[in-house]
Ligand binder design. Structure first.
Ligand code: FAD
Length: 564
C-alpha cells in the first residue's frame, strides 16, 4: 500500500523484527514513521527464523521458578564476547532488553514465553543459566492480518512439520525429545491444520503462525492498528546528508527514484550481506558462498555499503551467525542444521574421515571449527554428517522425516546422491562422498566406544545441558551418544553456512552509527545485522540476534524521539 507522501520524522529501512519493533516504538513516541522494504515480502530473515529472543532478567523467570540478575548477565556477556564489544553497549543491552520486551507485551500484540530448559550456549562460562533467558513467540492466528498475511515472507520449510505444520520452539522440543504427550500434540496440530477447511481453500500455509512468522505477524498487526505505512518493493539506494546530519534517503521503487525526508533520522535495519558474494569474499573467511546461507536473497549489504560511503566505521565483518547448513535441491535457501547433530548416533567428519568438533556444539562454533580445521587439513569445508539406519529411522534430518514415518522408498529419487548419500558399508559410503575410508572407520569405531561408555573422550559431546537439549532422553547414559552400527549408512554434506552475517556498521549504546574517530553520524542508526553485533564473535544463547535487534531498535526509537 503506497501513499504519496515523502516526508516523515523517521524512515526505517528493512522489515525484520528489529526494524518493525523500532518503527512501532518510534510511533508510540509520537513520531511519524515509514518502513521501506526492498523485497515484495515483509519480514526478512526474521520471518523465516525461529523468532526466539535471548532476554536476560526477563519478567517471566521468577514466576517459572528461575533466577537471574544484572551482574550475572553482564558477567556472562563479558566473557562470551571476549572483550570485543564496548562495555557501554553490553550494559545497554542488559539494562534495556527486559524492559523492551515488557513494553511490547503491554502495548502491542507481541507475546513471548520463556523456555525454562533452553540453556545458554556456553554453560561453562560464569553467569550462564541452564534455561529461561531464551523466549519463544506465542503462536498467532494469521487471520488477524487479513490480506496482509499474504505479503509476509513464508516460514522456512525446515521449521514446518512435513513442510506444512507450524510449531513453536516448545512444540519442536517436545516432539524431538519425545516428551510425554508428543504424539497427542502432533495429532492435534495435524487435525487443526487439516480440518480448517475454509482456510485450506485459501492457502496451504498454516493459519497458526509460529516462530519467526508469529513474531513478524504480531508486529505487523500492531503496525496495522497504528496505521504505520510499510512500502514493499522499495529499496534504500543512498542516504542524504545535509548540514552535518542524515536528513533523508533516496529510494527506488519499480525503477523510479525518489528522495524521502526523515526529519529526525533513518534507522537501518536492512539485514546483513549474506547474499553478496563479493562482500563475503572481501570480509569472511574463504572459501565462502552466498548460496550456503539460510537467509533470503534480498540481504545484499546495501545499508552497510551506504554507511561505508559516508565514512562509517565497521566491526566484526569477518564474523557471521555461523550455522552448518545443508542443500535441499530446488529450495531458495539452505537449511540450518540446528538439532540433528546433537542427536545420538551421528558423527561429523572432515575429508580425512576425522572428527574435529563436538557435533552438539552451538551452531556458530561448528562453523568456526570447520574453518579452523580447514586451515590445518584443507578438508573441512565441506564436512559430512554420517549416521546409520537406526538414526535415520528415529530422527528427522533436514527435510527428511524419521524413516519410521518416511522410509527410504518415500524419499524423492533426485535427493539420493545430491542431498543424501547411502551405502551398505561405511567403506562404500566413504568412497561415494570422497572421504578417507580408513579414517572414517577408525572414527566410527571410537565413537561407538564413547557411546558404550556414555562419555565422548575427545570432544565431550553430551557433556552439558545445552548439548542435551536436543538429545534423545530414551538413550542412556548419554542422550547424545549412540553407536553407528546398522547398515545402510548415510551421509549429508555440511556447508560452512550462516543464518546471517553479524559484522556491520559500528554503533554505540544508542544504536547511533559511528565514524572511525568515534563521533556519531547524527540522524543515522543501525540495528540487527546491519550493525556490528553486541554479541561479539559468539552466540551466547538462542535469540542472540533478534533480542538485540529489537532492543536496539527500541533504544534507537527513544533516542530519536528525544532529539530536536
Ligand atoms: P532481516 O530480518 O533479514 O531483515 C532485513 C530486511 O531488509 C529484509 O527483508 C531485506 O529484504 C531488507 N532489505 C535489504 N536491503 C534493503 C534495502 N536496500 N532497502 C530496503 N530493504 C532492504 N535469530 C534469533 O535471534 N533467534 C532465532 O530463533 C533465530 N532462528 C533462526 C532460524 C533460521 C532458520 C534462520 C535462517 C535464522 C535464524 N535466526 C535467529 C537469525 C535471525 O533470523 C537473523 O539474524 C535476523 O532475522 C536478522 O534480522 P535483521 O533485521 O538484521 O534482518
Amino acid at each position: 500500500m503506497r501513499q504519496n507522501k515523502d516526508s516523515y520524522d523517521v524512515v526505517v529501512v528493512g522489515s525484520g523484527a528489529g526494524a518493525l519493533a523500532s518503527a512501532i516504538a518510534a510511533h508510540a513516541q509520537g513520531l511519524s514513521v515509514l518502513v521501506v522494504e526492498k523485497s515484495d515480502r515483509y519480514g526478512g530473515t526474521s520471518a523465516v527464523s525461529g523468532g526466539g529472543v535471548w532476554i536476560p532478567c526477563n519478567h517471566q523467570i521468577a514466576a517459572l521458578g528461575g533466577e537471574d540478575n544484572r551482574a550475572d548477565a553482564l558477567t556472562y556477556l563479558k566473557s562470551s564476547t571476549r572483550g570485543m564489544v564496548a562495555e557501554a553497549k553490553l550494559e545497554a543491552y542488559v539494562d534495556n532488553a527486559a524492559s523492551m520486551l515488557r513494553w511490547f507485551e503491554e502495548h502491542t500484540h507481541v507475546r513471548f514465553r520463556s523456555l525454562p530448559l533452553y540453556a545458554d550456549y556456553y554453560q561453562a562460562l560464569p553467569g550462564s543459566r541452564p534455561g529461561y533467558r531464551t523466549m519463544d513467540p506465542e503462536a498467532f492466528d494469521a487471520a488477524e492480518l487479513g490480506e496482509e498475511f499474504f505479503n509476509m515472507r513464508e516460514p522456512s520449510p525446515g521449521t514446518l512439520v512435513g513442510g506444512r505444520l507450524a510449531m513453536t520452539a516448545a512444540d519442536a522440543h517436545r516432539m524431538v525429545s519425545k516428551e510425554k504427550g508428543w504424539m497427542k500434540l502432533l495429532g492435534g496440530l495435524m487435525a487443526r491444520y487439516w480440518l480448517d477447511i475454509a482456510w485450506r481453500r485459501r492457502t496451504r500455509r498454516d493459519r497458526r503462525l509460529a516462530l519467526g512468522n508469529a513474531l513478524i505477524g504480531r508486529l505487523r498487526r500492531t503496525m496495522l492498528d497504528r496505521n504505520i505505512p510499510l512500502w514493499l518493493n522499495t529499496a534504500l539506494v543512498d542516504l542524504v546528508e545535509r548540514d552535518g546530519r542524515i536528513s533523508g534517503l533516496v529510494i527506488e521503487h519499480k525503477g523510479q527514484r525518489q528522495t524521502l525526508t526523515a526529519r529526525r533520522g533513518v534507522i537501518l535495519g536492512a539485514g546483513g550481506f549474506e547474499r553478496n558474494q563479493a562482500l563475503r569474499e572481501r570480509f569472511l573467511p574463504n572459501p565462502t558462498q552466498s548460496g550456503w546461507t539460510a537467509a533470503p536473497p534480498t540481504n545484499t549489504g546495501d545499508a552497510l555499503l551506504a554507511g561505508l560511503k559516508l565514512g562509517a566505521a565497521t566491526d566484526l565483518t569477518d564474523h557471521a551467525w555461523w550455522a552448518p547448513t545443508m542443500h535441499v535441491p530446488g529450495e531458495e535457501k539452505q537449511r540450518a542444521l540446528f538439532m540433528e547433530r546433537a542427536l545420538p548416533g551421528c558423527v561429523m567428519v572432515n575429508g580425512q574421515g576425522r572428527r574435529f568438533v563436538n557435533e552438539a556444539a552451538p551452531y556458530t562454533d561448528i562453523v568456526y571449527a570447520m574453518y579452523d580445521d580447514h586451515a590445518r587439513t584443507g578438508r573441512s569445508v565441506p564436512a559430512w554428517l554420517v549416521f546409520d539406519a537406526r538414526f535415520r529411522s528415529c530422527y528427522p534430518i533436514g527435510p527428511l522425516l524419521p524413516g519410521m514415518v518416511q522410509p527410504d522408498f518415500r524419499v524423492p529419487e533426485h535427493w539420493w546422491g545430491t542431498m543424501i548419500h547411502r551405502a551398505t558399508t561405511l567403506d562404500a559410503l566413504a568412497e561415494q562422498i570422497g572421504v578417507d575410508a580408513a579414517g572414517l572407520a577408525d572414527t566410527v569405531a571410537r565413537m561407538n566406544g564413547y557411546a558404550e561408555r556414555g562419555e565422548d573422550l575427545e570432544f565431550g559431546k553430551g557433556g552439558n545441558a545445552f548439548d542435551r537439549y536436543y538429545g534423545d532422553p530414551d538413550i542412556k547414559p548419554n542422550p547424545c551418544l549412540a553407536p553407528i552400527l546398522k547398515a545402510p549408512f548415510y551421509a549429508v554434506r555440511v556447508d560452512a553456512g550462516d543464518i546471517g552475517t553479524k559484522g556491520g556498521l559500528l554503533t554505540d549504546e544508542y544504536a547511533r552509527v559511528l565514524r572511525e574517530d568515534g563521533s556519531a553520524i547524527v540522524g543515522l542508526y543501525a540495528i540487527g545485522n546491519t550493525a556490528a553485533s553486541v554479541m561479539g564473535p559468539t552466540y551466547p544463547g538462542a535469540g542472540s540476534t533478534l533480542g538485540p535487534a529489537m532492543t536496539f531498535g527500541y533504544i534507537a526509537a527513544h533516542h530519536l524521539a528525544a532529539q530536536q
